[in-house]
Design a protein around this ligand. Structure first.
Ligand code: AMP
Ligand code: ZN
Ligand code: FE
Ligand code: FE
Length: 289
């Protein structure tokens, strides 16, 4: 069976594999297609397309946006972005700038807690121009000896219950779906379990999101158990949503997650990509890398 992974992160955001290394790893894992879906950025895409040509892997250009959702975490993935995605990049630049002010606030709070850390210490963990996020701050905290592990850095300091937590500026679901659709992207609700909703509430939310331009939902995901996977499949069929799947691979930031395999529970068939392409062709949208 031809296998894929439609949710991955590179060093363009908070993953630890460069776009090229990620595509090479996809080849080694026997995948035939991979979507690069970095947070708030498209800067890894050109490189990953190049690498896709080199290694004979179909690369789908994507990105992942966190959106406002009080009950839980709502993330929207856009797939088949054009290159360059000019309109989208203009909007993403705003988010990345907001991230810098948030990161500075986190550093200030850490300093007030008596931790000797500067934004420069964090930026040393990041490739120039990449999306700077909490995983980078966590790495700097571990290097400084303020936390013994990334997990501890999140639990004690920068996670939602941590002493130096600062929320992130996000778009509304309307805005995020709007800008992705304007670029001709196929839009996917990522890891629906993180919305913390009952089945009925999820169906209600999906109706709202579909009216705003949602095309599909991530059914196969590293943290979805069998029961959830089956429920999400049924919901996709009932509501006419495209079915997606991905591991959310981040390299050593999430060492328990393997590309294409998740926590060992994933096997995402290429058929899903075929179906998405069919859906796009019907709407006159491009299906090339
Ligand atoms: P940010 O976008 O800056 O808020 O950072 C979000 C990223 O932090 C997510 O993509 C996760 O990879 C990572 N993250 C969130 N919580 C944890 C945690 N408890 N342990 C490790 N990584 C985490
Ligand atoms: Zn991430
Ligand atoms: Fe996510
Ligand atoms: Fe992700």
């Amino acid at each position: 069976m031809k296998l894929v992974d439609l949710h991955t992160h590179s060093t363009a955001s908070d993953g630890t594999y460069s776009p090229t290394e990620l595509v090479k790893l996809a080849k080694e894992k026997g995948l035939c297609a991979i979507a690069i879906t970095d947070h708030d950025t498209t800067r890894g895409l050109e490189e990953s397309i190049e690498a896709g040509r080199k290694f004979g892997i179909e690369v789908i250009c994507g990105c992942e946006l966190s959106v406002e959702f009080p009950q839980g975490q709502m993330h929207i993935i856009g797939l088949w972005l054009p290159l360059p995605p000019r309109k989208l990049e203009k909007e993403l630049k705003y988010l990345r700038e907001k991230r810098h002010s948030r990161n500075r606030k986190i550093i200030e709070k850490l300093n007030l807690l008596g931790i000797d850390i500067s934004y420069e210490d964090v930026l040393r963990e990041v490739e120039t121009g990449a999306t700077v996020g909490r995983p980078h701050i966590a790495r700097a905290l571990v290097k400084k000896g303020a936390a013994s592990s990334l997990q501890e850095a999140f639990d004690k300091f920068i996670g939602p219950k941590g002493l130096a937590y600062v929320p992130k500026e996000k778009f509304s679901p309307e805005k995020a779906l709007g800008i992705l659709k304007r670029e001709g992207a196929t839009t996917i609700l990522a890891h629906p379990f993180s919305l913390n909703l009952s089945e009925g509430e999820l169906r209600d939310q999906l109706r709202r999101l579909i009216s705003l331009g949602l095309d599909g939902m991530e059914v196969y995901y590293s943290e979805h158990d069998r029961e959830h996977t089956e429920l999400y499949l049924e919901i996709c069929r009932d509501m006419g949503l495209l079915i997606s799947g991905g591991s959310d691979f981040h390299g050593s930031v999430k060492p328990h997650i393997e590309l294409g395999r998740g926590q060992g529970n994933l096997q995402i068939p290429y058929d899903l990509v075929e179906e998405m392409k069919r859906y796009r062709r019907e709407r006159g949208l491009h299906v090339n890398s």
